[in-house]
Design a binder for this molecule. Structure first.
Ligand SMILES: *Cc1c(COP(=O)(O)O)cnc(C)c1O
Ligand code: SF4
Length: 347
């Protein structure tokens, strides 16, 4: 008989990965949907789990296996685990952390669109993601109210068609690549039909957390578009960027999709020079240029991820002092009422 603790040290379940590479929908269905499932797969004993598991505050656990496989077994400080595991600190109330810190509700000309900056508008294309990141500023977002009926799509598209200053359409969410191909292609087709739109930008974490989403069919659709296509991925740590992610990126680049990355500066996850440097280097190696490093938004339930502006700026100075300029992302924060994100220089 194998003692239980030894049995639980088994490495992550690989069986679920023997599928067709583009069967990403099945992989999404198989994702871990509870801390218990995830922690068991990582080899934590039931006793260890008991002290680690916290109330999820209504934001459920969701972690694709491809992402969990990049975590170190039995390491409660793993930087990938910390991004997705509900922790006790989420229950801490703090006067400076609220539910809509960006006041996006004010820039919502109608459900499904955020038109805040000149030249580009953001379309909330999906109400869900393939992973639930605990620090997410949209964790309290009323997606239900934004849920798109077909008729509402038409209204969003009419809004874009009427605003000729919009040259770039950003598909965001939620995560637009969590939509099925048919839903996504329908939206892209409708956007292509609006003459003043020149560029399509997709903000997605799927290429990182579920790289099999990057199918040949998707890449070909993007390449065929009359719109120049930019995909802004979201990775916070070099460990997220495995060989499967590298392959997805290569495929995208072979289909003329430009790749950028945005990260969030997160306490315990990446708030040190070594992590940030390695992240930029690894991104570059797999063909992604570092774009933004976001200071964390002060969202209720995320106090334990907070990094101050001062610390962010001093990390930037350290990066700038030892890295090629093009590997250093811009440190930014969203501030209500500004014409763009606010950039903070190293100091
Ligand atoms: C970040 C953001 C954009 C895009 O801004 P860029 O600086 O062009 O990347 C557009 N709209 C909203 C609401 C945003 O938050
Ligand atoms: S993928 Fe992006 S939008 Fe979705 S939970 Fe994570 S940070 Fe939030």
């Amino acid at each position: 008989m194998i003692p239980q603790s030894a049995a639980q040290v088994e490495p992550l379940n690989l069986i679920k990965h023997s599928r067709e590479p583009d069967d990403w929908r099945a992989q999404l269905r198989d994702a871990y949907r509870s801390p218990q499932q995830l922690l068991s797969a990582l080899g934590f004993s039931t006793i260890q789990q008991a002290s680690m598991i916290a109330e999820d505050q209504g934001f459920t656990t969701l972690v694709p296996i491809a992402f969990a496989q990049k975590m170190r077994p039995q390491d409660p400080t793993d930087p990938l685990l910390l991004q997705v595991l509900p922790q006790h600190q989420e229950g801490l109330a703090h006067a400076d952390f609220n539910q809509d810190p960006l006041q996006e509700a004010n820039y919502n000309p109608q459900p499904g669109i955020v038109h805040k900056y000149k030249g580009r508008a953001l379309l909330i294309a999906a109400g869900h993601c393939a992973i639930n990141c605990r620090y997410c500023f949209r964790r309290h977002y009323p997606y239900g109210e934004q849920k798109r009926a077909r008729s509402q799509w038409q209204q969003s598209l009419n809004y874009i068609a009427q605003h000729h200053d919009i040259e770039e359409l950003i598909l965001s969410g939620g995560d637009p690549l969590a939509l099925t191909d048919s839903q996504l292609f329908e939206i892209i087709g409708a956007i292509e039909a609006i003459p003043h739109i020149k560029r399509l930008r997709i903000h997605s974490r799927l290429p990182i957390v579920l790289p099999h989403r990057i199918t040949t069919k998707l890449c070909q659709r993007l390449q065929q578009s009359r719109l120049a296509c930019v995909l802004v991925v979201h990775a916070n740590h070099a460990n997220e960027l495995g060989e499967d992610v590298a392959q997805a990126c290569e495929k995208l680049r072979n289909h003329q999709v430009q790749l950028l990355n945005q990260s969030v500066l997160l306490a315990q996850v990446n708030d040190n020079l070594a992590s940030l440097k390695l992240l930029s280097e690894r991104l570059f190696t797999i063909g992604i240029m570092p774009y933004y490093l976001h200071l964390p938004d002060q969202v209720a339930g995320t106090t334990h991820f907070f990094v101050s502006l001062e610390k962010g700026q001093s990390l930037m100075a350290l990066m700038q002092a030892c890295m090629s300029g093009y590997l250093v992302p811009k440190l930014v924060r969203e501030e209500p009422g500004k014409q763009s994100k606010t950039q903070y220089l190293p100091r």
